[in-house]
Design a protein around this ligand. Structure first.
Ligand SMILES: *Cc1c(COP(=O)(O)O)cnc(C)c1O
Length: 223
């Protein structure tokens, strides 16, 4: 068995056991393979092992790979910081964007979304640790952004995303995001996605209700 095949099967069995432990259906958890800094060939290998969702953080790098692999049935997720001058490319090439944190970007993504494509699936990034080097906004500002996105025709608001602070356990942040989603739903907004959990903490994230785990190094090795 190839290294990557072993790695994917280990992740899948961990998804299964975390789902069982929390009485969830494992099919509710999407495995998003984070392929930033990895080659089109490596993506192709993972694709042949049954992975269909790939996450990229750098627009230029991603577009080359997307063009290269355009015959395959892949959903592409943008998970990096969004520069305003890249919004057009992101709107054209991707199926999902996880990292919206301001209305200017939301407006541009909707404006540039090609009319022949389905609305872009989007998540709002929450900066739970109030870390200045990270994207995302606080919970209160998120509510305003939700209203903005609701009025944009070419975006479909799916949920919330977080990258918790490195220090300490991620669990309380995952739990906080789950509660935030719940309270937003209670206010009449339909959300079905929690994008949370990476190589080091995805099992905890699943237990706290994650629906998309973003796994890079545990599939493709070190970057
Ligand atoms: C790189 C990255 C990941 C994957 O991280 P690993 O620790 O390699 O699994 C997940 N989410 C985001 C936003 C990333 O930038």
């Amino acid at each position: 068995m190839k290294e990557i095949e072993k790695k994917i099967s280990i992740i899948k069995s961990k998804i299964k056991s975390a789902s069982l432990k929390s009485k969830r259906n494992e099919k509710e958890v999407m495995l998003l393979a984070v392929s930033k800094k990895k080659t089109a060939h490596e993506i192709y290998e993972a694709y042949n092992l049954g992975i269909n969702n790939f996450g990229e953080s750098f627009c230029q790098e991603a577009i080359e790979k997307i063009n290269n692999l355009n015959k395959l049935n892949i959903k592409w997720h943008f998970i990096g910081k969004i520069q305003s001058n890249k919004a057009k490319d992101i709107a054209e090439y991707f199926d999902w964007v996880h990292t919206i944190d301001r209305s200017k970007i939301a407006n541009k993504l909707s404006l540039y979304r090609p009319k022949n494509k389905k609305p872009l699936n989007v998540c709002i990034q929450i900066n739970q640790g109030q870390e200045i080097h990270k994207g995302g906004l606080n919970q209160l500002d998120a509510l305003d952004l939700i209203n903005t996105i609701h009025n944009l025709p070419n975006l479909k608001l799916r949920g919330l995303m977080t990258i918790p602070p490195k220090i300490g356990s991620s669990k309380k942040y995952f739990s906080e995001l789950r509660m935030l989603k719940k309270s937003i739903i209670r206010n009449g907004v339909s959300l079905d996605t929690l994008s949370m959990g990476m190589s080091s903490d995805f099992e905890e994230a699943i237990i706290e209700g994650s629906t998309i785990i973003r796994i890079g190094s545990s599939i493709f090795g070190k970057r």
